[in-house]
Structures are given as structure tokens and as C-alpha cells.
Design a protein around this ligand. Structure first.
Ligand code: TPP
Length: 601
């Protein structure tokens, strides 16, 4: 038994306790061996002291999106999953690298070398390189406990999600953990920032440059961090290692020099070079892929790696000893100077042509989404968004969307934010194709986890953004033949969520539905339906009463490209579809429509 200040913990228990020490107040995930106990321990603690909210989500994608929402809301957040779970969460994960975080967000990926209980054996260190984010790899329970706080600090300093990788032996193995004092950190609040959180191309390009700059800074940090230690030895053998593999190699070769990487991405190349100056033979001992080895070879350095150490399954002391021992008697290679990689060039921002006016993309004339955004703006509802034509609602003059991460992210992010900020702090907006793609699962999750919030489905009965493709709600197959058309309202009601459908172009009806929801509790969905203007153009004509128009600009404020200020009154171009949204916002009755409207439900 250990003392009061030290406990004998599994790596999973240690991560949970490390999260509490680091000030994590929101945690979620999806079960999967070897990660599962982390949330169970956190939840048991949450029940006791009420500081942490912890929940199982419907899957890893929704879990990550929920944790992102919590991080945006200012809560240090943790999300847990097994290695294959990160495949499911890859869509939000890859773009999260661009947006960065608000409060810290730590993603625990529990890998399973040897496939004790998994369908494959993937090495998720590759995900860190893929997404250009830091990877921390604890080797035992003490490090599992301490690395959570290290990950939180890195996340907030570098505005980056941090991957924490454990493996089955670290997760389930038990070792002594000495308790450390809770860490202090500055609380964060949420601020709308569309160039950081709305990843449409013009903003994503800017963020991508920041990602590359951040990676260069993380490389410098990898050289200085105490997580990467050069441990002197007495034998003429250097071993680079990380995670559980380090403990096996340490036991197999106690006299060797070690470069122990607690932060295995990005690689500290100067520290690698220093090891090569100290010994004449170097080996990399790592489980699964030649992740470190490939990077060492890229420096032009001779190294013993996967030709000796198995590239599959778990390692142990005996495997490592038997694998490397024959190499110790061979003549050491001569070359020991690395060819340092050049700093990556980052393309310069393309300057706008000075003589051309800036033309930001806008919703089409007649787009039914415009009416919804105008109404959301009127009622000061600035929801989390998704990907589709409607993402343009984030831009001026509509200014009515706070985020765009990946398809289907809005509802999960809403859940995380509302859990942290209060019951109904934010809403979510997504399109009909996006709803079927990956909006149904987070809605079920929101119902299951008793999340409050308003979800707006902007149903234009097509996948407009990519060119009017069919989806399960359209009842039209790829070959244009008729198929079943799923009803979003009935689907929502089927999972027990309050839902009503309104005509998106009937601003009064939509406003009434919105007011009903704003005054309600719990979870509610409004389906704002009107066909895409490019598919179902109305026959309505807009006329301007020049006597009444005083150019107040209210109608121009909805950002319709068919309207422009004239000399004495608003002018209407041939692009007008006669949707009547401008007429609905005009307070002087200067605009009116006549004729056949576009299709309604
Ligand atoms: C994972 C993924 N698959 C495909 C796309 C391409 N894509 C972007 S938005 C979108 C669907 C938009 O349709 P909808 O939600 O109905 O909105 P609309 O454009 O009709 O307003 C698609 C397929 C993507 N960005 N991400």
C-alpha cells in the first residue's frame, strides 16, 4: 500500500485524476478498450464533488464536437476514445487543428498494440503528424497523471488541441502515483470570432498559415520541454523511445543512453543530434510504426529500428533485448552528423488586387436561408453553424453564425457549450443534407444526454452547395428516379424531440416559431422549409414605391445581391427572385411583391 500522498493507480485512473488536478471541468467520450475507465472514474468523482460534468456520447465524432463546444465555452475539456475512435472523429479533429481551442482541449487516444480487444492495430502518433498537433506519450501512471496538466498548458499556450496517447499497458498497468498540487490557470470566456471558428476558405487559408507557424514553434518547444529527456548512460548505445516501449528498453539496456520522448511529436531534432554526439550506435525502440525512426532516417542518420524491432504487436524487455543485442557486437556506423531539415516555407498571403473592390461571397438572391438569418439577427440569436450554403450567414451583413468546423458539428458543439454556459445559451443551424449526413446522431445524443437548445434545420430540399444532389429527404436518387423521402419533422419526433416545420419565406410564421422556441425549455427543432431558389424560382415580381423609399438601408441590410442603393430609392436588378424577404423587413411599405410565390410546404 502507498502513503496518503501516493496511490497505486492504473494509467486510466491516473489520467482521470490528472484531469481533475489540471482543472478539467468537462469530459466526454465513447467507450472502447483500453480507454473506457477514464470517464468512469471521472464521472464517479463528478458525482462526489459536482465540479466535473462527464458523459458518454453517441460516438467519438460527436464526443469530440461536444468537447470542442465546452472548450469554446471556456471549460478545460477532455475527450476519450480508443484508437479507432479517432478515425470516427477525424473530420472535426483535422479542422480543429486550424481553429485551435479556447480553454484547453485534450484528446486521449488509447492505442492497442497486440489487438487485445480491437479490430486493427493502428498507431495514432501518425494522427499527430497528420494534423500538425503535439503528441504526448506517458510511459507509466505517474506520467499519465502529470501529462494531462502538461497537455492543458500546451493547448492554451499554443492554441492547439493536444493528443495524449496511451497504450494498453499504460492504460491498464498499475504503478505508484505521487499526488501533485492542483495547477493554477486563468479562466477563459467565449468570444465570437468568425475568422478563427468559421472555417470557410478565406478564413481557413489564414488559419492554415498559423498552423505551420505554430508547428515551427512547437518544434522549438520540443527541444526545451522537460518531457523530452536525454538520460546519460555508460554504454556506447543510445536508444530513442517513448511510452511503454521506453520502460521495456530501459530494463533491457540499463546502461544505455536514452532520449526519452514524452512529447513525441514534433521530434526534437537537436536533442537527437546530441544523442548521436554521445554514442556511436543508436536504436529506436517503439511499438507499431517506425514513427520516430522514419524521422531520424530523414535526418540522414544511421539507426537500428524496425529491421530488428517487430513492427506489430506489443514489445517487452525480452523482445527488445533479443532484437538489439546482435547489433551491439557489429561495427558501429561512421556517419553521426544529421542533415537538419530546412524550415518549411509558408506561402505569403495573396494580396487583393488594389483596384478591385472586395466581393465577399453572398447567399443567392431569393435564397430562403436569408430570411431565417435576418430573423435570427433580429432576435440576437447567433448560433453555431455547419457546412453548406448557409455558412455564408456568418458574414456581414447577416453576422448570424459563430462557427463552421465540419459537417454535422453544430449540434454537438451546441451541446458542449450549453452544458458549460447554461441551459440554452446557444443554438445550432444546419442544412437538410447535413442533417442526414451527420446531424441525426448528435440530435439523438442531445436527447440522450438531456441537452437543452434550439436546432434550426434550413431545409431547401437539396444538397445545394455541391450542385443540387439528392439526399434521403429529397426522395430523388442519383439517376433522378423517385425513392422514399424521409420526413425530418417525423424523424425528430420519433426520437422524442419537439419539432415543427415552417415556411422559411413566411417571415411572420418563422418568427412566431422562433419566439415559441426561445420561450420554451429543453430541446426543440424548427425545420425552416423552402426550396432552393435556383431549383424552384417563384414568379413573383418585386416593385419599389419610390415615393415611400427613403433609402434607410433596412432592406440592404439582409445582403441580397439583387438590391442596390440608387439615387433616390433602392434599385432592383434582374437577379431578383421576388422572394419578398426585403419587403418583409421594410418598415415603410416601399417594397411589395405580386404574382405566384415559390413552392411552400
Ligand atoms: C465530410 C464532408 N463531405 C462532403 C463535404 C462537401 N459538402 C459541403 S456542404 C455539403 C452539404 C450541403 O448541403 P445542405 O446541408 O443541404 O446545405 P445547402 O448547401 O443546401 O444549404 C457537402 C456535401 C464536406 N464539406 N465534408
Amino acid at each position: 500500500m502507498c502513503s496518503v500522498d501516493s496511490l497505486f493507480l492504473s494509467g486510466n485512473e491516473a489520467i482521470a485524476r490528472g484531469a481533475l488536478r489540471a482543472g478539467v471541468t468537462f469530459a466526454c467520450g465513447y467507450p472502447g478498450t483500453p480507454s473506457t475507465e477514464i470517464l468512469e472514474v471521472l464521472s464517479a468523482t463528478a458525482d462526489r464533488d459536482g465540479r466535473v460534468q462527464a458523459e458518454w456520447c453517441i460516438n467519438e465524432k460527436v464526443a469530440l464536437e461536444t468537447a470542442i463546444g465546452a472548450s469554446l465555452a471556456g471549460a478545460r475539456s477532455l475527450v476519450t476514445m480508443k484508437h479507432v475512435g479517432l478515425n470516427v472523429a477525424a473530420d472535426p479533429f483535422m479542422t480543429l487543428s486550424l481553429t485551435g481551442v479556447n480553454a484547453a482541449l485534450v484528446i486521449v487516444s488509447a492505442d492497442d498494440p497486440g489487438m487485445h480487444s480491437s479490430q486493427n492495430e493502428q498507431d495514432n502518433r501518425n494522427f499527430a503528424k497528420f494534423a500538425k498537433v503535439p503528441m504526448l506519450e506517458p510511459a507509466d501512471s505517474q506520467e499519465a497523471y502529470e501529462f494531462v496538466a502538461e497537455a492543458c498548458a500546451l493547448a492554451e499556450e499554443f492554441d492547439v488541441p493536444v493528443l495524449l496517447r496511451s497504450t494498453t499497458r499504460v492504460s491498464h498497468g498499475r504503478s505508484r502515483v505521487v499526488a501533485r498540487a492542483p495547477v493554477a490557470f486563468a479562466p477563459r470566456s467565449y468570444e465570437r470570432s468568425i475568422d478563427k471558428f468559421v472555417m470557410m476558405p478565406q478564413f481557413a487559408r489564414q488559419r492554415n498559415r498559423l498552423v505551420l507557424e505554430r508547428l515551427a514553434k512547437l518544434r522549438e518547444r520540443a527541444e526545451r520541454t522537460p518531457l523530452n529527456v536525454l538520460e546519460a548512460g555508460t554504454a556506447d548505445l543510445g536508444i530513442i523511445s517513448s511510452g511503454a516501449a521506453y520502460t521495456y528498453a530501459r530494463e533491457a539496456f540499463p546502461k544505455a543512453w536514452f532520449l526519452k520522448l514524452g512529447m513525441s511529436h514534433p521530434l526534437p531534432v537537436e536533442k537527437v543530434a546530441k544523442l548521436y554526439r554521445s554514442v556511436s550506435r543508436v536504436a529506436v525502440v517503439e511499438e507499431l510504426d517506425p514513427f520516430i525512426e522514419d524521422q531520424v532516417r530523414a535526418l540522414g542518420l544511421p539507426v537500428v529500428g524496425k529491421e530488428a524491432i517487430p513492427a506489430d504487436g506489443e514489445l517487452d524487455q525480452e523482445i527488445v533485448f533479443a532484437a538489439l543485442e546482435p547489433y551491439l557486437t557489429r561495427r558501429p556506423p561512421r556517419r553521426r552528423r544529421p542533415v537538419m531539415p530546412p524550415a518549411a516555407r509558408i506561402s505569403a498571403p495573396v494580396p487583393a488586387e488594389p483596384q478591385l473592390p472586395v466581393r465577399p461571397p453572398v447567399l443567392c438572391a431569393g435564397c430562403p436561408h436569408r430570411a431565417v438569418f435576418a430573423m435570427l439577427r433580429k432576435h440576437k440569436v447567433s448560433p453555431l453553424g455547419d457546412i453548406g450554403c448557409y455558412t455564408l450567414g456568418a458574414l456581414s451583413p447577416l453576422d448570424s453564425l459563430d462557427s463552421c468546423l465540419c459537417m454535422g458539428a453544430s449540434i454537438g458543439m451546441m451541446a458542449g457549450m450549453n452544458k458549460v454556459l447554461g441551459r440554452r445559451a446557444v443554438a445550432a443551424v444546419l442544412g437538410d443534407s447535413t442533417f442526414f449526413h451527420s446531424g441525426v446522431t448528435p440530435l439523438i445524443d442531445a436527447r440522450y444526454n438531456e441537452t437543452d437548445g434550439i436546432v434550426l434545420v434550413l431545409d431547401n430540399r437539396t444538397t445545394a452547395m455541391t450542385g443540387h444532389q439528392g439526399h434521403p429527404g429529397t426522395g430523388v436518387h442519383l439517376d433522378r428516379s423517385a425513392g422514399p423521402a424521409l420526413d425530418i419533422e417525423r424523424l425528430c419526433q420519433g426520437i422524442g424531440v419537439r419539432c415543427e416545420t415552417v415556411d422559411a419565406l413566411d417571415t411572420e410564421a418563422f418568427e412566431s416559431a422562433l419566439k415559441r422556441e426561445l420561450g420554451a425549455q429543453g430541446l426543440g427543432v424548427i425545420v425552416a422549409f423552402a426550396p432552393c431558389a435556383l431549383m424552384a424560382p417563384g414568379e413573383q415580381q418585386l416593385t419599389v414605391d419610390e415615393e415611400r423609399c427613403n433609402l434607410c438601408g433596412l432592406c440592404l441590410d439582409i445582403g441580397c445581391p439583387a438590391l442596390a442603393p440608387g439615387e433616390t430609392a433602392v434599385e432592383v436588378s434582374a437577379a431578383c427572385h421576388g422572394c419578398g424577404v426585403c419587403a418583409a423587413v421594410c418598415k415603410r411599405g416601399a417594397l411589395s411583391v405580386a404574382g405566384e410565390p415559390a413552392g411552400t410546404p
